[in-house]
Design a protein around this ligand. Structure first.
Ligand code: NCD
Length: 337
């Protein structure tokens, strides 16, 4: 009998999955890998029109009135889930948040039966976060033709809307990506955020992408082609224009492999002193949740170089752009836009 592991391996070894429809329009968003730069630029440009200062009224539209978006999160989330929900509501859609702990999946229902059940209640998009590789794609291959699937984070593999919001945040400060050095620092091995950063900045053409981590937290040597590897934070962030700090993803590690927090901070934490090695106008990103005084000092997280809160603001705008794009693509295909 095929095990869950076997079917996962089969899923991730399948030929690459086309997220665009026959007309080259975005149908699903499962990964930024291989997505055309034009499509990424269009999403970022659209997202920028939805960005407002936090003391302004948020952008709203009726683009998705009458549509329904289901959020299915089987892993914890604060920012991503809240921002997908707000994004859908601000476009006029209804939102269903499936409480997976209370759902029939806990009684043994398969993910496909759950999806088909919800689809029977009229859904336009499923937003899925799952710890198992391949689930988003599997659902995308099995939904009705008018339904889209958006990944809100897939295992350690990909987090496409995070990659987009990181790109938008960097471009707002430093539009000439080709001139920039970006250092991604921390637990890169277990990070879907780092992988999506690699996908998006490869597509958009960043000057230099550095991955900076202790050996145990580096990805396999064949992963992230083109990125320069550094095994010390001092060397890795020297003269960087942008630094992206990452949390240690304990939930994807064996207990014995989790580094001690104090020791990690001493060797790998981004302190103000270390930050002074980077460019004077360096910006600091972090996808959250932050573990203060482990990967980042509070004074840096809250300091003048930090754009961490702006990332959160941009997250809503990016998710509005993505939801609007995939749902209107489906409406066009059905001739109802
Ligand atoms: C990240 C995630 O879930 O991958 N958080 C997020 O979506 N903002 C990173 C993390 O959990 O460390």
């Amino acid at each position: 009998m095929a095990t869950r592991q076997d079917s996962t391996e089969r899923l991730i070894n399948m030929p690459s999955f086309n997220q665009l429809d026959a007309h080259g329009r975005l149908r699903h968003l499962i990964s930024l890998e291989g997505l055309p730069a034009d499509t990424i630029h269009q999403l970022l440009d659209r997202a920028q029109t939805y960005v407002r200062r936090i003391d302004e009224r948020p952008a709203q539209s009726h683009a998705l009135t009458g549509c329904t978006v289901a959020n299915i999160f089987t892993e914890p989330s604060t920012r991503t889930r809240a921002s997908f929900e707000l994004a859908a509501r601000r476009l006029g859609a209804e939102v269903l948040n499936l409480e997976i702990q209370l759902s029939s999946r806990m009684k043994g229902e398969t993910i496909l039966d759950t999806i088909h059940t919800l689809q029977a209640m009229s859904m336009d998009a499923f937003v899925i976060r799952d710890a198992q590789p391949g689930v988003c794609r599997f659902v995308a291959e099995n939904v009705a033709p008018h339904v889209s699937v958006l990944s809100a984070g897939e295992a350690h593999l990909s987090h496409p809307t995070q990659g987009l919001l990181d790109a938008l945040t960097i471009i707002q400060h430093k539009p000439q990506l080709g001139d920039l050095t970006l250092a991604v620092v921390g637990d890169i091995r277990h990070s879907r955020v780092a992988r999506s950063a690699h996908h998006v900045f490869t597509a958009l053409g960043i000057g230099e992408l550095r991955i900076v981590a202790p050996d145990a937290l580096m990805p396999e040597s064949h992963e992230m082609p083109g990125a320069k590897r550094f095994d010390s934070i001092e060397n890795g962030i020297r003269d960087a224009d942008v630094i992206m700090m990452l949390r240690i993803q304990k939930e994807r590690m064996e207990q014995a492999d989790i580094p001690d927090g104090d020791q990690y901070f001493a060797q790998w934490g981004l302190t103000e002193q270390r930050l002074s090695l980077a460019q004077q106008d360096v910006i600091v990103l972090h996808p959250g949740p932050m573990n203060r005084e482990i990967e980042i000092a509070s004074s840096v997280a809250d300091g003048k170089h930090s754009v961490i809160r702006q990332q959160v603001t941009n997250g809503v705008a990016v998710r509005m752009a993505v939801l609007e794009s995939v749902i209107t693509t489906r409406q066009l295909a059905r001739g109802i836009a």
